[in-house]
Ligand binder design. Structure first.
Ligand code: ADP
Ligand code: ADP
Length: 227
């Protein structure tokens, strides 16, 4: 369970990116942060893995104040997927996915085997596994990005507009894959998008942000549509 209590983030230039956020995110839920550009979605997400420090307020993870947890340790349990997949360009697809497990002590052979299984789960054509990221389409790179985050098997997955840079057909395919994965994996997923249709399709909870970094509404997707 992730809990924001009176969390405010003001950047040094004075911008209030997140204004007094109170939010309770259940373990195993798929929560979407939605709203127009600049309303504090990314800032809120990045405070969860301590990439950004709140100006005031507290964030707890299963009751523990994250400001007391070593950021490196914290991030072992929190996968992070961004818009540009951020893959290592000089490693093959399979080695991109195997990198973190190898760093954590899994043998290279075992990590590669597990990587292939995860790549298959996210729907990547396995003939791509020995290619380099630049040889993949945008949609394929995003699949590898998701597979890499899943390979470490973190209980929490943060996804910041992961599908916004791919064309609409591929995006729909990735969204369907994501829905299927959530059913299988039972992870706590926090997903940022500015696309309300995507939010309502994927989320079991939707947090609507508005300008000035205020949380406007937090509800089930069918009630968001009705509002
Ligand atoms: P969103 O993800 O909803 O687009 P962000 O969290 O990225 O919003 O940004 C919220 C607000 O904070 C915006 O007004 C943005 O310009 C501002 N902002 C983001 N990062 C910084 C920064 N490092 N310094 C100053 N202002 C920032
Ligand atoms: P998308 O619609 O997903 O962006 P693309 O049109 O970019 O797809 O790519 C279509 C196919 O071409 C994919 O199977 C991809 O692997 C392959 N491909 C794209 N770029 C390269 C490249 N530089 N080298 C080899 N194959 C490529």
């Amino acid at each position: 369970m992730i809990e924001f209590s009176s969390v405010t983030k003001q950047y040094p230039d004075g911008t209030i990116a997140v204004d007094n956020l109170d939010l309770h995110i259940e373990s195993g839920s798929f929560t979407v942060f939605v709203g127009p550009s600049g309303c504090g979605k990314t800032t809120s997400m990045r405070m969860i893995n301590r990439m950004i420090t709140p100006t005031s307020g507290t964030i707890t993870l299963d009751g523990k104040d994250i400001s007391t947890v070593d950021p490196v340790k914290l991030r072992l349990g929190i996968g992070y997927v961004i818009q540009s997949a951020g893959l290592l360009p000089h490693r093959s697809v399979v080695d991109n996915v195997a990198t973190v497990p190898v760093l954590q002590g899994t043998s290279r052979r075992e990590a590669r085997k597990a990587a292939l299984e995860v790549l298959e789960r996210v729907g990547l054509d396995l003939s791509m596994a020995t290619r380099y990221p630049a040889q993949l389409s945008g949609g394929q790179q995003q699949r590898v990005g998701v597979a890499r985050a899943l390979a470490a098997d973190p209980p929490i997955l943060l996804m910041d507009e992961p599908f916004s840079a791919v064309d609409p057909v591929v995006r729909e395919d990735l969204q369907n894959e994501m829905q299927r994965l959530q059913g299988e994996l039972k992870k706590t997923i926090i997903f940022v998008t500015h696309d309300i249709d995507e939010a309502v399709k994927l989320g079991d909870h939707v947090a609507v942000f508005s300008r000035g970094g205020k949380l406007e509404q937090y509800d089930a997707p069918q009630r968001i549509l009705a509002a």
